[in-house]
Ligand binder design. Structure first.
Ligand code: GCW
Length: 678
């Protein structure tokens, strides 16, 4: 049965027409099998090639015929050393895939800067076959632009997942360290296939238990499984752990005993896990403990942990998602206000992990103003892969365009072209450390992600972490071909559907720069009317600020002045209602209902039109899918069809609820021809 377990690594037989393309180039496999990574690479190639081509490739020590595939590194293989391929500049994770001649025989060389590079190259080679590309004129040179490509799991030790919509955690803490479920290896394969090289196993708001010896042994077992695939483990740590599990009276980062406790804890971890990656920290945010509890700064806290890890080569990913004082005038400003003054104070092994936008993973936000504002500090991107605000498991929303929109935004930090991608890959300011994190959507469901299409969001995250300038459309196409079929009649409409899906969700949930209209707490479905509880800044009404005159949050110089956190040229643009891109209009301005939009319509009519457009787009997605019956297996086809029906019903719910509510505030008539709820 097609339960989606294989993800994009399906390796089902190619059609005879496709297989014929590869026949002359897949005659034998020459690959070392000394190290665990080499063995993993060989196993993957054998599994992939025999699955795709329907026959096993003979292993060989030397090139004996045309069409050999030679895999390895110059250091591990004299045959490869003799090829003298220039791969130095590509670094250890990089690789070259190239057609060469060996002893008169045409061959394909997959050469890594290290064993891991060769593993990445092998996955790339398999992808070429999976996506039906020619392999007879290859000269590919690849290396990752970002150093740390990390999944953050929000998994609690009791198996629950914060914002998880795909079942329970895949980490079976009760059976670890003895039972190493085969799924852990499949997890590592899937991640390595897209270049992910780190995983934070536990939630950022969990307790300190993970740092006890008992749990560290379990963590070490997972690290052992992941190591051959180039994946390091990291842990989220609770700032007050020295109190909770260390018996100390304080967690003050400048207290010598606290510092000694963390040093000893780091030493213990590295005894068990020599290549441990480091710590992720959520501090002084949403009730979490942190250095501010002791009147210290984020830099004091991060540096203390960094110093404990530094002797072992570990790093700290310190989150900038701080969000503490309920009555600040504008939540969007807090991170910049707290962190910007600390630029230059962080030790060399600290990255500041910053969410893509200033609020919280909304369907659309402008890029976070910290990108481009802290030149002396490596900023790490945090994207949310799990669709907390985007319809959980069932809504089909491909996040590639969201990620791409943020990465290609221009911060103007050093003039035009200072994109967010260049800030986070370190190239703009010459930082050696760089990183991208994705809050994982993985759970124990058979299909890992709660829906087949959610797998694409894990995939696109990994591909963009490898190279943040890739096109999300090209990535979608790769994924569709690998996950479903190479049949063009299927690929083209499905890629188009994916590419439009995020804008559809923006339209039926939060168009024109609105955000956080979701029901508080669960974040599913519309509740723009919600003004409950005293913490006013957590409620939808606080974000949209609709009144009789208009709607939107004034962040211009007449309002909270959050615009001033951007570079001057961008601030000037966002400060001016007429120049603000309409997709961000109500994020930056409180706009009269009768304001004329670029279309010539009033804001009120335009708002209604966007909501209706969102519903129409989902109807179109459903229609597209209904024409694709028969191209893929029945199981996955039917589930997608059913989920799209749910999405259409709920898009309609969003539209009707939001328009009814906003009309009760605006008092404006509905546009002529508006179809009321059925
Ligand atoms: O988006 C919010 C989520 C919380 C999450 C928090 C964070 C891990 O609603 O569930 O907690 O962000 O990123 O810290």
């Amino acid at each position: 049965a097609e339960d989606g377990y294989e993800l994009w690594l399906r390796y089902h037989p190619l059609t005879p027409g496709q297989a014929v393309l590869y026949r002359g180039h897949t005659a034998e496999l020459i690959i070392g099998s000394t190290t665990p990574t080499q063995i993993a690479t060989r196993n993957e190639l054998q599994r992939g090639l025999s699955g795709l081509l329907g026959q096993d490739l003979p292993l060989s020590e030397t090139v004996t015929r045309d069409g050999a595939i030679i895999v390895g590194t110059a250091a591990s293989s004299p045959l490869i050393a003799k090829l003298r391929l220039d791969i130095q500049s590509l670094g250890s994770d990089g690789y070259v895939i190239r057609n060469v001649i060996v002893d008169g025989h045409p061959a394909t060389a997959i050469v890594g800067g290290s064993d891991i590079g060769a593993l990445y190259g092998s996955f790339h080679f398999l992808r070429l076959l999976q996506t039906g590309q020619a392999i007879d004129h290859l000269d590919l040179h690849e290396s990752p632009r970002i150093k740390l490509r990390v999944l953050d799991h929000w998994d609690y030790l009791n198996g629950q997942i914060e914002r998880g919509y795909a079942g329970a955690s895949i980490w079976d803490w009760w059976k670890l360290p003895d039972w190493r479920a085969p799924r852990y290896t499949d997890y590592a394969r899937a991640n390595a296939s897209i270049g992910i090289n780190g995983t934070v196993l536990n939630d950022v708001t969990g307790g300190a238990t993970i740092l006890t010896t008992t749990y560290l042994q379990k963590v070490a077992a997972l690290a052992d499984v992941f190591r051959p695939y180039g994946i390091r483990v990291y842990l989220s740590v609770r700032f007050s752990a020295p109190i909770e599990i260390g018996g100390l009276k304080t967690a003050d980062p400048l207290d010598p005993q606290v510092r000694a406790w963390w040093r000893a804890k780091a030493d213990e971890i590295y005894q068990l896990i020599p290549d441990f990656g480091g710590f992720l920290v959520k501090a002084d945010s949403e009730g979490q403990p942190g250095p501010q509890d002791y009147k210290r700064t984020h830099a004091d806290g991060a540096n203390m942990l960094a110093d404990a890890l530094a002797p072992h080569g570990g790093i700290v990913m310190w989150r900038t998602f701080v969000y503490s004082q309920a009555n600040k005038d504008d939540r969007a400003k807090q991170a910049y206000e707290e962190f910007k003054p600390l630029d230059g104070q962080f030790h060399a092994n600290v990255l500041l992990q910053t969410k893509n936008g200033p609020i919280d993973f909304q369907p659309r936000e402008p890029f976070h103003p910290l990108f481009g504002a802290m030149p002396k500090t490596p900023l790490m991107m945090e994207f949310e892969i799990t669709k907390e605000y985007l319809g959980f498991a069932t809504h089909l929303v491909y996040l590639g365009p969201l990620y791409e929109e943020v990465l290609s935004s221009d911060t103007m930090e050093r003039g035009m072209g200072s994109t967010v991608a260049k800030v986070i890959d370190g190239s703009l300011e010459g930082h050696a450390l760089s990183g991208m994190a994705g809050d994982a959507n993985i759970g124990a469901d058979r299909n890992w992600c709660g829906s087949d299409f959610n797998q694409a969001n894990w995939y696109v995250f990994g591909r963009l972490a490898w190279n943040p300038t890739l096109s999300s459309r090209a990535i979608a196409e790769e994924w569709v071909r690998m996950t479903f079929t190479n049949n063009e009649a299927f690929v083209k409409p499905v890629v188009d559907m994916m590419m439009g899906s995020r804008e559809a969700a923006v339209d039926y949930m939060t168009p024109l720069g609105l955000l956080h209209l979701m029901g508080p707490g669960h974040h599913y479905g519309p509740a723009p009317w919600d003004a409950s509880e005293s913490e006013a800044d957590w409620r939808p009404v606080y974000y949209h600020r609709a009144d009789r005159q208009g709607i939107g949050f004034d962040r211009s110089s007449t309002g909270s002045n959050a615009v001033a956190q951007y570079a001057p040229a961008i601030a000037a643009q966002f400060n001016d209602m007429a120049q603000t891109p309409e997709r961000f209009l109500l994020y930056f301005h409180h706009v009269p209902w009768d304001y004329r939009m670029r279309s010539g319509q009033t804001l009120w009519y335009e708002l209604v039109a966007h909501y209706t457009q969102g519903v129409d787009d989902v109807k179109q997605m459903r229609a597209t899918w209904s024409h694709l019956h028969g191209y893929i297996d029945e199981e996955r086809y039917q589930q997608v069809a059913t989920f799209l029906a749910i999405q259409e019903k709920e898009a309609q719910w969003w539209r009707d609820a939001c328009i009814a509510y906003f009309q009760s505030i605006s008092g404006r008539p509905l546009p002529p021809g508006y179809a009321p709820p059925q």
